[in-house]
Ligand binder design. Structure first.
Ligand SMILES: NC(=O)c1ccc[n+]([C@@H]2O[C@H](COP(=O)([O-])OP(=O)(O)OC[C@H]3O[C@@H](n4cnc5c(N)ncnc54)[C@H](OP(=O)(O)O)[C@@H]3O)[C@@H](O)[C@H]2O)c1
Length: 299
């Protein structure tokens, strides 16, 4: 599987401590690339080091970390080129638009959008030199939004738009930009998102509770079912690796049957029909005592 070309090439994967990022770092290393894996803790780096991967301390919202990584690429002792940047790091967020505090919106966009933009800007000279590739990990929610997912979907929709612009801007330079849109993937992201949701729910006013109580009660079960029905990180990593390496990549790759179906459907179904589909999916998770009256208010 390993070729002499691949060992001369570097791949950067952000958010490689867990989930899809860790699996992608391993998959790319298995394919013979020199992988620089972004982590935020030394302990996460040690695990990757044991697998032949070079960990780098990288919080994508930290300009010093970003500058150090760009310098690491420019000063690579073996003069290897940057083959791909996989912008994978991400935060979840669940909760109604009205209820998610503005500072959480900002924190989410700081990571899910501005962090990726900052890192991409810093590494673009190296990517252009190596005619490398940018792989942005979006989501089913980068194309389909629904009640309770406004903040998260907003950040992913934003990255979809950024990716479309970048793809066209960079085509003349030979840098390809590919978007990966996973549906459910069995990672710890759901657990992280639900912890912040329970903090939000506890802070809702009585009026907000009347408006969104049923929805916020349904979200944990909806997220859990979505994740449980998802693919493994290893399966997702194989698609991400394909997006990063195939000679003529598509502009987008979906992961999982649900993402493929809903993203295709969203292209031709009227908004109201899509609303009914996503709402009826959520409604299955509403607490019995509020079904269907309260649920109907979200239809
Ligand atoms: N799981 C799904 O069902 C699903 C579906 C669609 C899309 N996605 C997307 O797939 C990507 C990977 O998610 P995952 O499911 O593998 O989740 P995960 O296991 O929670 O991984 C998220 C990664 O992002 C890192 N991260 C968070 N904030 C960061 C920051 N400021 N700087 C650098 N790294 C940071 C985390 O590092 P720490 O360990 O240090 O926090 C972790 O390594 C995300 O972009 C997510 O939105 C996931």
């Amino acid at each position: 599987m390993t070729t002499s070309t691949e060992t001369q090439e570097i791949v950067i994967v952000t958010g490689a401590s867990t989930g899809m990022g860790a699996a992608t770092a391993r998959e790319m290393a298995r394919r013979g690339f020199h992988v620089l894996a972004g982590v935020r803790r030394d302990s996460d780096g040690e695990v990757l080091l044991a697998a032949g991967i070079e960990p780098v301390i990288l919080d994508i919202t930290n300009q010093d970390h970003i500058a150090a990584l760009a310098a690491r690429i420019d000063d690579d002792p073996q003069g290897r080129v940057l083959r791909a940047l996989v912008n994978n790091a991400g935060l979840p967020c669940a909760g109604p638009v009205e209820v998610v505090p503005l500072d959480e919106w900002r924190r989410l966009f700081e990571v899910n959008v501005f962090g990726h933009v900052a890192l991409t800007q810093a590494l673009l000279p190296a990517l252009v030199r190596g005619k490398g590739r940018i792989v942005n990990i979006s989501s089913l929610n980068g194309k389909v939004s629904m009640a309770g997912y406004g903040a998260y979907a907003g950040s992913k929709f934003a990255m979809e738009a950024v990716s479309d612009a970048l793809r066209n801007e960079l085509a003349p330079s030979g840098v390809q930009v590919v978007v990966v849109e996973p549906g459910g993937v069995q990672t710890q992201m759901a657990g992280t998102g639900l912890a912040s949701l329970s903090r939000l729910s506890a802070r809702m006013t009585p009026e907000q509770n009347a408006r969104y109580g049923a929805l916020t009660q349904a979200l944990p079960s909806h997220v859990a079912a979505f994740t449980k029905a998802g693919v493994t990180s290893e399966t997702a990593a194989r698609t991400i690796a394909k997006a990063a390496t195939v000679r003529k990549p598509r502009t987008r790759y979906t992961i999982g049957a649900m993402a493929t179906f809903l993203i295709r459907a969203s292209r031709f179904l009227p908004d109201r029909v899509l609303d009914r589909m996503t709402t009826s999916d959520l409604r299955k998770h509403y607490p019995d005592r509020v079904r269907p009256a309260t649920a109907a208010r979200h239809a």
